[in-house]
Design a protein around this ligand. Structure first.
Ligand SMILES: [Ca+2]
Length: 346
């Protein structure tokens, strides 16, 4: 954990050198509060988070416990400074981790789905190439896309929708919004079940996203495979069978992102959604959990995903614990299927 923090600090510090704009951007908030679905018993809090080393904040660092729609932290603060998370998790009871994390992340601000692409202009931005915070048409990082680092193929925010696009009025739409937890599986159009929850919605290569449809995500183990191309025509995913089940295997660098989004959903909406290690992904159940945990361990969160977690918190007020505390995955799910053996072998 310490090494992850240091890596984050160093990467963010490098990025900060290239940033010059500090314009505050807190627009487009929809402050509808959520009606909680459950009356789960609150777990007792244990303020001593003895498992993590104490992090000593540096000048300019932001305490994640202070990020939120009603707090004084700005987008520029998040982009320019290291965000430390120790205090955010200080009340977590690791002996009852699922319930304790649920209590921590529930009750977030539900965003207006029709405005999500506006939030994504910030949350899913390529901060390396688009450094001015008030830039209206920044480069984007698209999930399921192979060419995020290719300046000749990168996609701009304005390419979200041709009919709304003031910057590329003649262009084709190239990206859209991906529900990583397929909305057809237990979410429907219910905002209280995560329909507009940015922790599992990502700016996505539109061509690949359409092809993935609502297939569960897992490794393709069959010899018969169909490669899925992204907007540029490059192979960026695979469709095929895992055992006898049709699955979608995303481009490698996004496998951990997918796993962490799904684990977040299983905690945040635990009364309605759950992860199993079976093959059935319907009725709110999502399968292949040990496969997902393997992806989580093999593709740890990178700088983009870590920064995105804080930017999503800025708008909707909660964090994805599996990005901040990767060890929580094995602590919560080791009792399910083959998860323990996956955790022990990594
Ligand atoms: Ca990744």
């Amino acid at each position: 954990m310490k090494s992850l923090k240091l890596l984050t600090l160093s990467l963010v510090s490098l990025l900060a050198v290239s940033l010059s704009s500090c314009n505050k951007n807190k627009s487009n908030k929809d402050d509808k509060s959520e009606e909680e679905q459950t009356s789960e018993n609150a777990t007792s809090s244990n303020p001593s988070d003895s498992s993590s080393e104490p992090y000593i904040p540096q000048p300019g660092d932001i305490d994640a416990a202070n990020i939120g729609p009603d707090k004084s932290v700005t987008i520029a603060d998040i982009v320019n400074n290291h965000v430390y998370t120790d205090n955010y998790y200080s009340g977590v009871n690791e002996s009852n981790l699922m319930n304790s994390l649920y209590d921590l992340i529930k009750g977030h601000t539900i965003l207006n789905y029709n405005s999500l692409e506006e939030y994504m202009r910030i949350t899913d931005r390529d901060w390396v190439r688009s450094t001015q915070i008030d830039e209206q048409d920044p480069y984007m990082i698209l999930i399921y896309f192979t060419a995020n680092n290719d300046p000749t193929k990168q996609q701009h925010w304005g390419q979200y929708h041709s009919s709304k696009n003031p910057y590329y009025p003649e262009s084709q739409q190239s990206w859209d919004k991906e529900h990583i937890w397929a909305k057809s599986n237990g979410i429907g159009s219910s905002t209280t079940l995560g329909y507009s929850d940015l922790h599992h919605l990502r700016a996505s290569d539109m061509h690949n996203n359409n092809t993935r449809s609502s297939l569960p995500e897992a490794d393709v183990t069959s010899d018969s495979k169909t490669y899925v191309t992204d907007f540029t025509g490059a192979n960026s995913g695979i469709k095929g069978k895992n055992g006898t089940t049709n699955v979608y295997e995303p481009y490698s660098i996004f496998k951990g992102d997918v796993a962490r989004a799904l684990m977040y959903m299983a905690v945040r909406y635990k009364s309605n959604l759950s992860l199993t290690d079976g093959t059935d992904s319907s009725g709110g159940k999502w399968g292949f959990l040990s496969n997902l945990v393997k992806w989580h361990l093999e593709d740890p969160a990178d700088e983009f995903e870590i920064k995105r977690n804080s930017l999503v918190q800025f708008y909707q007020g909660n964090r994805n614990p599996f990005i901040d505390r990767p060890e929580y995955a094995c602590k919560i799910f080791s009792g399910v299927g083959n998860v323990a053996s996956v955790c022990n072998s990594h």
